[in-house]
Design a protein around this ligand. Sequence first.
Ligand SMILES: Nc1nc2c(c(=O)[nH]1)N[C@H]1C(S)=C(S)[C@@H](COP(=O)(O)OP(=O)(O)OC[C@H]3O[C@@H](n4cnc5c(=O)[nH]c(N)nc54)[C@H](O)[C@@H]3O)O[C@H]1N2
Ligand SMILES: Nc1nc2c(c(=O)[nH]1)N[C@H]1C(S)=C(S)[C@@H](COP(=O)(O)OP(=O)(O)OC[C@H]3O[C@@H](n4cnc5c(=O)[nH]c(N)nc54)[C@H](O)[C@@H]3O)O[C@H]1N2
Ligand SMILES: [Mo]
Length: 639
Amino acid sequence: MKYMFSACMRDCYDTCSIMSEIKNGKLIVRGNPDHPITQGFLCPKGALLPRWFHSNERLKSPLVREGKRGDEDFKEVSWGEALTLIKEKLQETIKEYGSESILVYKYAGDRGIVNYYFPMRLFHYLNASTIDSGICDRAGQEALKDIYGTAVGMDPEKIKEHKLLVYWGINAFWTNLHGFMLAKKGNVEIWTVDVVRTETAKRSDKFFQIRPDTDVLFALGVAKVIIEEELYDKDFVTKNVYGFEEFKNYVTRLSLNYVSQETGIKPERIKEFAREFTEKRGIIHIGYGFQRSLAGGEAVRAVAILPVLVGHKFGFIYDMKTIDKSYAEGKFLRTKPENKIPQMELTKVIESDDIKFLYIYNSNPLASYPNQNRLRRALKKSDVFVVTHDIFLTDTALFSDVVLPANTFFERLDIVDSYYHRYVLLNEPVAKGPGKSNSEVTRLIAKSLGIRVPYLYESDEDVIRKVLEANGISFEELKRRGFIKVPEGPRNWKTPSGKIEFYSQRAVSRGLGPFPEYKKFKGKYPLRLLTPTHRMTITSQYHTTHGIIDPNLYMNPEDAKVRGIKDGDKVGVFNENGRVITKVKITEDVPKGVVILYKAFWPKLLGWNANFLTTDEKVEKYGKGSAFHSTWVEVNPYG
Ligand SMILES: Nc1nc2c(c(=O)[nH]1)N[C@H]1C(S)=C(S)[C@@H](COP(=O)(O)OP(=O)(O)OC[C@H]3O[C@@H](n4cnc5c(=O)[nH]c(N)nc54)[C@H](O)[C@@H]3O)O[C@H]1N2
Ligand SMILES: Nc1nc2c(c(=O)[nH]1)N[C@H]1C(S)=C(S)[C@@H](COP(=O)(O)OP(=O)(O)OC[C@H]3O[C@@H](n4cnc5c(=O)[nH]c(N)nc54)[C@H](O)[C@@H]3O)O[C@H]1N2
Ligand SMILES: [Mo]
């Protein structure tokens, strides 16, 4: 059989083009060699996609809860029965509490354009409440808009035209492997700025190990040296920057010794960064990981200034927006204004009893959401009716009233864009498996409600054609190669002054300082808990199917010694949010004062995950973004 084009739909920078086929009933996948980002290879988790697809743990039938929330006590029902129950509950909720008491919670578990957006047509039609995203990259988005008027940076295919790429707060070798290879193959010098000696740091030409939350100071210190030593691109700055003189005065007042004392980076190394960064006109990939903290917004604002000083207009990588997808989402179906609930207030709205019907798809908040004990308590107390649509019986499914089986991207037609590169990819159905796609389920719910609006019944292919057409992309051409590059058009960016704003008027209007400010954060416990990504998973996905789960706590030898802890010991890790018991791995890669648990495996596997400890505080003035990393814990020997 001829191969089909698949597109990896995971929430990942790389968004790879895959060639898939079924041989003797088995799915085979390989990276598309023609796709310039995929470069003919898959990451370790992509290579194992067939295991995920063939997993016998996949849900096959709708389920209705019989026991308590959280227990694995469900009965199998037919699709007809499940849909009738959902219809009755939706009608009852609208009648008794109004349509705003319905909330749809989705995230990027599958980024296919139809699969991600189509269900929103139904919920917009119903005038339901929606989620204003904030769990992942929000603080950085706002910070970049403060400086540049956009969070869209440069095309990563241009990395090779540069001499130096700085990975700032991103573990690209694990989270953006294809991007990392673009830089390596392009012979670009790589530096890393991170708290932890990550696998990316180990493969970098230079590594700047920084204390948590001090990136603001480090970036300002670098800017100070660049400006004082007059290394910056004067013509560029004069022409393009608003508030340079004020910024200059601001950073000149900083003491380099103070910067060094706080960041843990020696003054000579701050100077080395400044001099070589200007000499090589560096570009920066600003990570999503490091901005998920209370210091995150200010940090990104400071880091974002550096490429401008060396003469780049958009010399950073953060977000990418190539095509307009609004047709797929169908906001025009609303007849009432949208009630958007900040994502980081999910627990709060459940506690407040304002939400009576919660529909969850493409997401597993009962694993990925911070402060699980609080969320779980709220759900157990609440009478909110929860419907979850997922491929697996996740923790979220266990807390639901109705569970609907989803299929995988190998079983449907879709297209996808990327938040990293400029390609749109085709995804063709290659196999059949249990469950239904997000759009199929939407049509079934709409039908059971007796809705007659044609938009809710449009076929996947028609939606795809219309979205492509609206963006001037030929479906036929997309079918030939499996991907198509969207050329860079005029940039849609705007700041109040029309220039890059070192003095940010937008930030000031939110009550922030005109320049990024350093603030010390302190928790009630002595150790900073970071919960970064794991190489073999995507947040809560693949922990079962790829057979990988790493629940160890990583700790510096000095912190272990003073606590009488040895490698492999069992420990209790606790704070005001909860307590978990696990084993310790001692490593010099993690600095003193910091511990690591990898993010978000299924709690139902061991009874806990890192989010039983993480804070659900928000970066208030930066779009109420999440602050997972602003968590402090204590660790004691167990037993
Ligand atoms: N393999 C794999 N790939 C993924 C994912 C996955 O789960 N697994 N998830 C995907 C998703 S949803 C996202 S958002 C991205 C995230 O991609 P990354 O941004 O690479 O993710 P993280 O590992 O969370 O964080 C990156 C680094 O930030 C560092 N860090 C924490 N605090 C600070 C600080 O104060 N300063 C500095 N400089 N560094 C700090 C951590 O030590 C960590 O190494 O990856 C995507 N790709
Ligand atoms: N402690 C800690 N927690 C974190 C983070 C952290 O740094 N530290 N990072 C956060 C970040 S960056 C993010 S982006 C969030 C992500 O958190 P989530 O949005 O919960 O993402 P996933 O864990 O990938 O879960 C996606 C779910 O969608 C399901 N799914 C996959 N394909 C389909 C489909 O086609 N249809 C349907 N209906 N379902 C499908 C999967 O089986 C999976 O259960 O997690 C956050 N959680
Ligand atoms: Mo994310």
